[in-house]
Ligand binder design. Structure first.
Ligand SMILES: NC(=O)c1ccc[n+]([C@@H]2O[C@H](COP(=O)([O-])OP(=O)(O)OC[C@H]3O[C@@H](n4cnc5c(N)ncnc54)[C@H](OP(=O)(O)O)[C@@H]3O)[C@@H](O)[C@H]2O)c1
Length: 339
C-alpha cells in the first residue's frame, strides 16, 4: 500500500524543458514526452514504473502517451497509470496531457480490433475506466485498418471530441494520402486534427518519403497545421549505447519482445551504430542525445516520444533538450554516417 505522498517538484517548469505549439493549435507539448508502451505493464516492477513517471513530471514532461493495448498484459499500462493518478497525480490533472489510442487488437471477437466506430468508442470507454479519468486530452486512431471507410473512423474521432471524452484527436501511422483525407474531413467538420504520431528516427525515416499523393507525412503536417510527434526515436534502444557490446540482460531485445529481437542487431547495423556513437563522443554527448537532438532540430517535429526502463535513462535523454542544435556541417556528417 502507498503511504508516501507525492508533491511535484517546484522547479518542474524551470529546469529547461521547452514547450512547443502543436501545429496550428494553442496546445503546447513538451519537447520530450514519455510513452508507456513498454516498462509500465503488469509484467514490470510497479514501483520502478511509478518512479520513472513521477520523475518525468518533476522534470517538466507533461505529456504521457498510452494506448488501450499497452502492457503487457494489454490494458495494464493504462491500469497502472490510473493507479498512479489516484496515488499521486490527481491534484495535477490540469497540468497533464494524457493520450490514448484504439485500433490494434485488444479484446476477442470482431469488435476488439480495427478502426470501426464500435471499436473506437467501446475502447475509449474502457481506457477511461482503466486510467480513472473522465476524459483524455488526445485520442488517436492508432492505425488505418484497411477495411473501415476513413469517413467512419474520422467521424468517430470528431464525435468523440464533441462528446468531451477527448479534448483533441489525432491519427497514427496513416499513409500520407489518407492522412490528408482525415485532415480534410476534420477541418470541414470544424474539428482540427491536432497531431500525427509516426515512427521517426535516424534509423527510420519513412515520414520523409513521398506517399501516393506525392507528399510525405511531414509535408502534410506542415501544410495542414498539424503537429507531429515522433515515436521510437531511439529505434527502441538501438540508438543508444545499450547494444554496442552485446545484448544486455533485461533489455528489450533480450526480453523476447516481438518488436525487437537480437536478430535485428546485425553486424552492419552495429558498425553504423558505433560510428554514430563515436560522433556523439566527439561532441561530448551520448548517442541517444544526438538521436533526440536530430529530431528536435526538425521544425516539423513538435515533440519526441521516448520510452525508458529507468530514471537514469530518462535523465540522459532529458539532457538532449539542452544539447546545442546540430550545425549544418554536423547534420551532413550524420547523414553520411547513417548510411
Ligand atoms: N503509434 C504507435 O503505433 C506507436 C508504436 C510504438 C511506440 N509508440 C509510442 O512511442 C513511445 C516510445 O517508443 P519506444 O519505447 O520504442 O521509444 P524509444 O525511445 O525508441 O526506445 C525506448 C527504449 O530504449 C532504451 N533506452 C531509452 N533511453 C536509453 C538510454 N539513455 N540509454 C540506453 N537505453 C535507453 C530502453 O530500452 P530497454 O527497455 O532495453 O532498457 C527504452 O525502453 C511508446 O511508449 C509509445 O508511447 C507508438
Amino acid at each position: 500500500m502507498e503511504t508516501m505522498s507525492y508533491e511535484a517538484s517546484p522547479s518542474r517548469y524551470k529546469d529547461g524543458m521547452e514547450y512547443r505549439l502543436c501545429g496550428r493549435s494553442g496546445l503546447r507539448l513538451p519537447a520530450l514526452s514519455l510513452g508507456l508502451w513498454h516498462n509500465f505493464g503488469s509484467v514490470n516492477d510497479f514501483s520502478n514504473a511509478k518512479k520513472i513517471l513521477l520523475h518525468a513530471f518533476d522534470k517538466g514532461i507533461t505529456h504521457f502517451d498510452l494506448a488501450n493495448n499497452y502492457g503487457p498484459e494489454p490494458g495494464t499500462a493504462e491500469a497502472n497509470f490510473g493507479r498512479i493518478m489516484d496515488e499521486s497525480l490527481r491534484p495535477y490533472r490540469d497540468e497533464l496531457i494524457v493520450s490514448t489510442k484504439a485500433g490494434h487488437e485488444m479484446w476477442p471477437g470482431p469488435y476488439g480490433d480495427g478502426s470501426s466506430r464500435k471499436n473506437l468508442i467501446a475502447s475509449l470507454n474502457q481506457s477511461l475506466r482503466r486510467m480513472r479519468l473522465d476524459y483524455v486530452d488526445i485520442f488517436y486512431s492508432h492505425r488505418y485498418d484497411g477495411v473501415t471507410p476513413i469517413e467512419e473512423t474520422v467521424q468517430t474521432l470528431i464525435d468523440i471530441v464533441r462528446s468531451g471524452k477527448a479534448l483533441y484527436a489525432g491519427i497514427s501511422k496513416y499513409p500520407s494520402h489518407l492522412a490528408q483525407k482525415a485532415y480534410d474531413i476534420m477541418e470541414n467538420a470544424g474539428v482540427h486534427c491536432l497531431i500525427y504520431q509516426g515512427r521517426y528516427s535516424m534509423l527510420s525515416r519513412q515520414p520523409e518519403e513521398n506517399g501516393e499523393n506525392g507528399e510525405s507525412v511531414l509535408d502534410g503536417v506542415k501544410k495542414n497545421g498539424v503537429g507531429f510527434i515522433a515515436f521510437s526515436p531511439l529505434a527502441q534502444g538501438l540508438l543508444t549505447d545499450r547494444y554496442l557490446n552485446g545484448i544486455p540482460e533485461g533489455s528489450r531485445a533480450a526480453s523476447g519482445s516481438p518488436f525487437l529481437s537480437g536478430k535485428d542487431i546485425t553486424p552492419e547495423l552495429l558498425e553504423r551504430l558505433r560510428r554514430l556513437n563515436d560522433f556523439a563522443k566527439e561532441r561530448s554527448c551520448t548517442l541517444s542525445q544526438v538521436a533526440l537532438r536530430w529530431l528536435l532540430d526538425n521544425p516539423a517535429v513538435t515533440s519526441v516520444l521516448v520510452g525508458a526502463s529507468s530514471v537514469e535513462q530518462l535523465d540522459t535523454n532529458l539532457r538532449a533538450v539542452e544539447t546545442p542544435a546540430l550545425s549544418p556541417e554536423e547534420y551532413q556528417t550524420l547523414a553520411s554516417l547513417m548510411k
